[in-house]
Design a protein. Sequence first.
Lengths: 192, 539
Amino acid sequence: MKCDIILAGVGGQGILSIAATIGLAAVEQNLFLKQAEVHGMSQRGGDVQSHLRLSDSEIFSDLIPHGGADLIISVEPMEALRYLPWLSESGWLVTNSVPFVNISDYPEVGEVLAELNRAGNTIVLDADGIARDLGSARSGNMVILGAASSFISMPFTALEDAVRKMFGRKGEEVVEVNLKALRAGRDAAAAR
Amino acid sequence: MHKLLLLGDEAIAQAALDAGLSGMYAYPGTPSTEIMEYIQASPQAAADGVHREWSSNEKTAMEAALGMSYAGKRAMVAMKHVGLNVAADAFINSAVTGVNGGLVVVSADDPSMHSSQNEQDSRFYGKFALVPVMEPRNQQEAYDMIFEAFALSEKYRLPVLFRITTRLAHSRSSVARREKIAQNSVALPSNPRQFVLLPAIARKQYRALTAVYEKLRTDDAVDGLNRLKSGNGRGTGVITCGIAYNYLMENIADRAGDYHVLSVGAYPLKREKVAALVENCDRVLVLEEGYPIIEEQLRGLLDRDVKVLGRMDGTVPRDGELNPSIVASALGLRAGQGREVPSLVRQRPPSFCKGCGHADLYQALSEVMAEAGPGRVFSDIGCYTLGALPPYNMVNSCVDMGASVTMAIGAADAGLFPAVAVIGDSTFTHSGMTGLLDAVIKNSPVTLIISDNSTTGMTGGQKSQATDRLESICLGLGVDPDHLKVIVPLRKNHEENKAVIRAELNYHGISVILARRECIQTASRNKKAEAAEKNKSRE
């Protein structure tokens, strides 16, 4: 088994907490893991990505080869498209539909969504809206992770346990909100 | 022991703590910052009383580490690659003094310049100084090699250069720990003149160093980290350095027998081992993250004995980091092909955070400079370099730490008036203060703006040595109190701030404007921490 994931977003959107959640779960599942992050200048509102590789055998490269990713998880729709060169032919793309506009020449949102539809195996959902409806606007990340969960080679309960661990320090309330977001994402994706 | 999930940087930090580290010295710089951050946050380091304060710059860090080594204890210093330029004087000479307690110098290179001004290769510095270099292949090896590095350092009484690159520094994997080693006790060097580099002593020690460097090649502590694996029959040989091995194996794991592979983890190389590879091969591909250092040595000046492939003949791109696809192409294998990036995808460069004080400063400065003329703002290394991008387009130089001040002096000498330098608070105490002293002595017609956000912002908000000290530093260096101004870069002060900047630009002498507002990232973190503290005390 191997599962190569590209995580995408804009610096400050918190893709690293998605990565950390999957990472925690992978360790508990006794999987091999490598996760390359971007620190430094790009974190200031630039495009950021993380290569996350899971396997039941030794992983060599920290970076995923072009055309080798099984999954792109993105918290921003245009950023999802930036990493298409890494996606394998049978790979899936799961992304938030809500654009993060901090540049003056951001393309027409309709065109971005149309391009995503052309990309094939795609799940696009309003993660921010789903999170807001749950009363936790900041849990959009976990909604996206939930929506992508069926493509990550581990049981859903492993991700739930990881969320408990990740947010445990912040109290039961925060844990519950994030678990709800995770499940809502999973359900929204399943409904498609 | 329980495995930890660690960044390469964190693996190095944890290893040093487990290997009996007594002092950690560093100045923040991507991709090395997390080494010190990990040690500062470590309860183990606190319990063991490990010294772990940020230094003012890489040179002061290197020297303090050397001082701890002089006193017999193990010390580590960490920096980004360009930081080693700042520390170079101390670093090169530390090879001639040698060490007493083990001394490991971590230099984190940034090929492809993710967050840097160049992609210099620190391995050159190892050869330059004549010290051993270690280059781990993965996170586990980064952890294990730190133990070897300290042992080697104490065996030969030499500093060891520990070279990593961005992808190892900032990639996470699981790491198994070793048994902890106790710290050394204080012990003076057995030779009281070892650290006194008067010419007569230095000559003797340098000659000894050149002999030791040759001995290192064949010592198992170095050579044992270089693994030669022969393949079947004649064919292609591959030499990999550090993490390049992973990119090779990513491509050939299922047919590794087709290749002869020399995987390098330490330098200088044993000649016989390289010869053993070359003799079995029709051609040798060299995969190095960084400069073609081994490749150039293999080719030599004449480049005719061995068929060498690498960065110098275009088999591998001359610049930029390696990745699995580049290595596949270099091997003549079919590289994975993904889809094209749709044409509507736009560049998204980094930008100032919403509500950043630097942005308000540049807004005011750009309006005043519109009156003064273009091409007069010299800047420096930090978040405020983003003032070079639209909408401000204000920054005309960004070269190295502190160069804003001194380039403005030189331009003013040439007759450019007004000349403005924009530097951050932490960069100013790193390398700007000496330049300001030059300006004071000459009374250069320069306006120095210190954009003081009271933190080291770009690297994630480390403590700034400048906090609460800038006025006294500037006055102490001799800045005229009438031309030392403080402004608060906020929208509501816009006109007032412009007036202050305009007045100082018109002054024919050195003036300093402190534009002071806390970094909004640090401010929001502090606020959250305070709230959490309050919640706790309520419980």
